[in-house]
Design a protein around this ligand. Structure first.
Ligand code: TRP
Length: 338
């Protein structure tokens, strides 16, 4: 897969909106540090320089979440969190996938150009099937086809995602290529823009993930955040306070890099045992709760005022309607549906 850094920000080149960004995020519920460092921060930065469309993918979530009230609540939480963390409805379009049902029609049409073997070999499908062996529903298999439709329906050409999405993006490109080959040049192949944030590890040292339960819930109560940070696994070979640390493998030290400009001094302190693990954790907890204090406040306000969030989401979906309809009209025409 081609990884290409985004061109200079539009402000610098004088042509705003030269790329159209699209990204989808699962309504996983409470937003954690991994979500912010791995995706949301990047969304916020990109909205100022490019035309950006951000989608809360509730159709995709149905492949694993089957309780209506849970899905509804998580969708609202994700929307409120994205707004609280800095997505600005005046600069980007934020919407909920199922509010533009054209995505699913396009996904069906794309399914007809997608060989079964392509979706069966997708690593995420195999992982999911192993994770939920009693619920290997067909939509798990179709998942990447819907993802291709999400991107293509707005002719987005840049897709900011984490590295874990590389296989999906490659498949999206292949599906669009297959469509173009059969029906004529219609879609651009989108490029992945990988977020530079490293894999964000959770409190137990594995990838931070809600399903594992090792998250740092940045918008939660400061006491909760503190407890989560204090429970983090550090350098397991550092037994005594006076043992020199290995900051390069200590997750607590690694995370400091996002919350201050004194990372090198902290690194040195840990390496020479001037600072201990507990000091480092206290500092990190303080910095995280301070950094996210305004977002936490905003999140609380938004959750208390659902109408405000719903209004943003509805406006977003409405704004996209003409583009979705136009793409589908072209595709239907090319495929002989009239
Ligand atoms: N599959 C992505 C994830 O799990 C979410 C997603 C759905 C997406 N549609 C997309 C990402 C389109 C980028 C573009 O994180």
């Amino acid at each position: 897969m081609t990884v290409q850094p985004l061109a200079a920000p539009a402000a610098a080149t004088g042509s705003p909106g030269q790329h159209r960004i699209f990204s989808g995020i699962q309504p996983s519920g409470i937003v954690h540090l991994g979500n912010d460092l791995g995706a949301i921060r990047n969304y916020v930065a990109l909205q100022s320089h490019f035309e950006a469309i951000y989608c809360i993918v509730d159709y995709h979530a149905l492949t694993s979440t089957h309780q209506a009230d849970v899905l509804r609540e998580r969708t609202r939480q994700m929307a409120a969190a994205l707004l609280a963390l800095g997505l600005d409805p005046d600069r980007c379009t934020l919407f909920v996938q199922s509010h533009r049902p054209e995505h699913t029609e396009l996904a069906w049409l794309f399914a007809t150009v997608t060989p079964v073997s392509w979706v069966e070999r997708t690593p995420t499908y195999k992982e999911k099937a192993a994770q939920q062996p009693d619920d290997v529903n067909h939509a798990l298999l179709t998942y990447p086809i819907l993802q291709a439709a999400d991107i293509a329906i707005y002719h987005a050409d840049r897709v900011p995602v984490g590295k874990d999405q590389a296989a999906h993006l490659e498949l999206s490109r292949e599906i669009l290529r297959a469509f173009n080959r059969r029906y004529g040049e219609t879609f651009v192949e989108p490029l992945a823009v990988y977020t530079e944030a490293p894999l964000v590890l959770g409190t137990d040292g594995r990838k931070m993930s809600k399903s594992i339960g090792n998250t740092i819930d940045i918008l939660g109560d400061p006491e909760l955040v503190r407890r989560q940070v204090m429970s983090m696994v550090t350098d397991t070979q550092r037994i005594k306070r006076t043992d020199p640390g290995r900051p390069e493998i200590c997750n607590v030290c690694q995370l400091q890099r996002f919350f201050g400009d004194d990372y090198e001094a902290l690194w040195e302190g840990e390496r020479t045992a001037r600072t201990g693990c507990v000091d480092m954790k206290r500092l990190l907890a303080d910095r995280i709760t301070t950094h996210y204090a305004p977002a936490r406040e905003r999140y609380r306000e938004l959750m208390a005022e659902p109408a405000q969030v719903d209004g943003v989401l509805e406006a977003g979906a409405n704004r996209l309607r003409p583009q979705a309809a136009a793409t589908l009209a072209t595709v239907r025409e090319r495929m002989g549906l009239r």
